[in-house]
Ligand binder design. Structure first.
Ligand code: GLP
Length: 241
């Protein structure tokens, strides 16, 4: 595990964008595993800037997103499909046909999860997986549990996650109760994993996940085992170390 320590969110975003950019330069048809949430937004902005400057070309890049809420369609402004278009896809030359996000509207959850695992397998796996970190240590929407998950699964969101994400909705009642997420095994199988963490509210989770025992009650802790894992975190997120 490597830690890149940065002063603040801007530096964290710049460093993470550099890692993603290097991946795309070295392998133009990379499979990027992408994340949502406020943590990766700055990195996406930087990638857009480099694309506009002609430094980066996304025309061959393929993407698989980590997760999606159940019950939100692609046009809903809180769906992760919308988030990705808004924060990255609509601003670079990525081919929409090469982007993948679990379908939150497929009424058959099990079939949708199986389909998504097949999508990942057909792409030959993920070259670089970008992750945020939930305040409870979740990755994607893999919530604390008694075991680590395998493939894509439908999960019930914990109250703490719904509470953390309610800031994006008009009330907590509107926050979906379920989501579909790549499994922990899927994430671990990525060739390279990069996590961005910023702010004091992530400090407890950073400390527990990367300086504590490996346990499914702190899902991110399994990344300690990953052979190519980089945590890009700012001083606030690292403040309890
Ligand atoms: C959500 C997402 C995660 C994300 C986490 C942290 O629950 N499913 O993938 O990492 O929130 O979000 P933020 O970066 O906004 O703190």
């Amino acid at each position: 595990m490597r830690i890149i320590r940065t002063k603040n969110y801007e530096e964290m975003s710049h460093a993470a964008a550099n890692l993603i950019s290097a991946q795309v330069l070295l392998k133009p048809n990379s499979v990027l595993g992408l994340a949502t949430g406020s943590s990766p937004v700055g990195a996406y902005k930087q990638l857009i800037e480099w694309y506009e400057q002609g430094v980066l070309d996304f025309s061959q890049v393929r993407t698989v997103n980590l997760d999606e809420y159940v019950g939100l369609n692609k046009e809903h402004d809180q769906s992760y499909a919308y988030f990705m278009r808004d924060n990255l896809f609509d601003h670079v030359n990525i081919d929409p046909a090469k982007t993948n996000i679990p379908d939150g509207m497929n009424a058959d959850g099990a079939a949708e999860c199986a389909r998504y695992d097949q999508v990942i397998a057909d792409l030959g796996g993920v070259d670089l997986q970008l992750l945020g970190l939930g305040v409870n240590g979740h990755i994607g929407f893999n919530e604390p549990d008694d075991h680590f998950s395998c493939g894509t699964q439908q999960i019930e969101l914990t109250e703490s996650t719904r509470d953390a994400n309610k800031r994006f909705f008009s009330s907590i009642d509107e926050v979906p109760t379920h989501a579909r997420t790549m499994g922990v095994r899927d994430i671990l199988q990525a060739k390279r994993v990069v996590m961005v963490a910023s702010g004091k509210n992530k400090a407890e989770a950073v400390k527990a996940a990367f300086f504590g025992p490996i346990t499914p009650h702190m899902p991110a802790s399994i990344l300690q085992y990953h052979p190519d894992f980089t945590l890009v975190a700012d001083e606030d997120a690292l403040s309890l170390l």
